[in-house]
Design a protein around this ligand. Sequence first.
Ligand SMILES: [Zn+2]
Length: 133
Amino acid sequence: MERNELIQEAFKAMENAYAPYSNYHVGAAVLCTDGKVFLGANIENASFGATNCAERSAVFAAYSNGYRKDTIEALAIVSDGGRIAAPCGICRQVLSELLKPDTPIWLSNGRDDCDTNMEELLPMQFSQEDVLR
Ligand SMILES: [Zn+2]
């Protein structure tokens, strides 16, 4: 699956966003090495702290189905915002553990695109190495 196809999958996931409070819709798609794709959308909650972001939803779905960082090939994250949706701080922490540092992360809002990875998004991350001394 090519980059633009995975971005289109993420836009399909965005249609399932549950965002009655922010009206800010985000979708994500994880491509695994065997070609399987897992989708995620942002799911908000009246207790705002319980909201889950699209990229965490998608990566948690992949992990829930047995995939791990070595079997995840790429992640696409899209939004309907005016700017591309770079992962929030919580997602950066989670993705820095659940993706390889160089796994491609493709961002788009349908107008602008950015290709990045966790090495770029969260240098000097707090990691397992800090906890499992
Ligand atoms: Zn987030």
